[in-house]
Design a protein around this ligand. Structure first.
Ligand SMILES: [Zn+2]
Length: 125
């Protein structure tokens, strides 16, 4: 994908790029249908070399935007896998995927999973 975003590239090189990106190497069976899909949507243009493995694909302007969007999403996934930035309840330690209950306890702004945890935390001191 990274190769595609840069310019024309062979399907084989693209598979390696995807592997670098998501740690999983797509097979030709996944990659070529994907490239043909892009082609069908007018997102990529295939060159004519006669040999399937050597076919070069070039992204159109629309395709570049599309693939950049994918990269953006994959980049986010990689971020989450490498460095979890989840907030943890200050009382029970459970992971908070969104929101949570924030309260200031003795001048410290703490985040809990719910108001009950906040109340227990204050009681326990
Ligand atoms: Zn809790």
């Amino acid at each position: 994908m990274l190769e595609l975003a840069k310019g024309p590239a062979h399907g084989y090189g693209l598979m390696n790029s995807v592997e670098t990106l998501i740690g999983k190497k797509p097979g030709a069976a996944q990659m070529y249908p994907f490239l043909r899909l892009l082609e069908g949507k007018g997102l990529a243009k295939a060159g004519e070399s006669g040999v399937r493995e050597k076919t070069e694909y070039e992204l159109t302007l629309k395709g570049k935007r599309f693939v950049n969007g994918l990269l953006h999403r994959f980049g986010g996934l990689v971020d989450i896998a490498v460095e979890p930035k989840l907030t943890v309840c200050a009382h029970c330690g459970c992971k908070l995927f969104s929101g949570g209950h924030a309260e200031t306890v003795r001048g410290r702004k703490l985040v809990f999973c719910c108001s009950h945890c906040a109340a227990s935390f204050k009681k326990c001191g």
